[in-house]
Design a protein. Sequence first.
Length: 319
Amino acid sequence: MSHIRVMLDYFHPWPNSAGLFVARERGWYREAGLEVELSVQDPGRGDTLEYLATRQADFGLFPPNRLLVRRAQGQPLLGLAAVNHRALEAIQTVTGRGIERPRDLTGRRLAYNPTPRGRALVRHLVAADGGDPDAVITMDAGHRELTVDELESGEADATFGVYWSWDALRGTLPEERRVTWPVDEIGAPRYHSYLLGAHEATVAAAPGAVRRFLAATARGFAEAASDRPATLALLERVIPYFPRPLIARSLDLIAPTWIDADGRWGVIAEDCTGPYADWLATHGVLPSADGWRGSYTTEFLPAAGQQPVGQTLTARFGG
């Protein structure tokens, strides 16, 4: 049996990686001849793509913008499947601050990690609503994601980068006091929040294992969505330090993002990836958009007729 190490998408497991845990729990990786280890990154050693680039992990979940940046630097990394078919990031604030739309961030303190892509997206969102992006006061939060309770206490006026399906749900502030804007609802370009991928050498050396891994993973995401009580119980064992209602709510919100409009898991959309690469290049995050077509392949995904994901997700979530 082949041992495979998979690097997850965050500093700790959360419901977005539920399909991987379910596939392992149900024994589907084992049936495929794979012994799968699910790990989280050590920030001191780098992000998921660093683990893939240095061959310390076989597969990993990562944002597509980071993949495109590394490929522009000549690193042979490859996207193999889309995990999410919409953006997960949001701007969040609290009521009573006079911030009722993105342009109201002008002159306000916005806490976020000011990476080149983060700065560009904040400026884009504020300008798209008629605000002055130069007047937004950036508070460098690093990798911290401020909760609504911290916003309420005055640590900042708003925050960018929280996931509307996870971080934005945390805290004790009542729901009616929270203001959360998913970025793809306020003018952000369309993008897959996370891809699943590998080093090109891994794919070339073991294409059969790649196919078996992706087939079992697709099955895992289908099961994670269709059997919510069992998935919730499994996630509680994986992340026991988070409250059950938070995990359950997050699972309900994130699961619909796992499929595309045709009900398939994993398909990386050309009409999403190309325009996003152009946007990143236009805003100076990439030197150019050239080469985005070679940044991914979907040839290792299970065929449409072999995927159970569309049926189960549509039945469970109604779309």
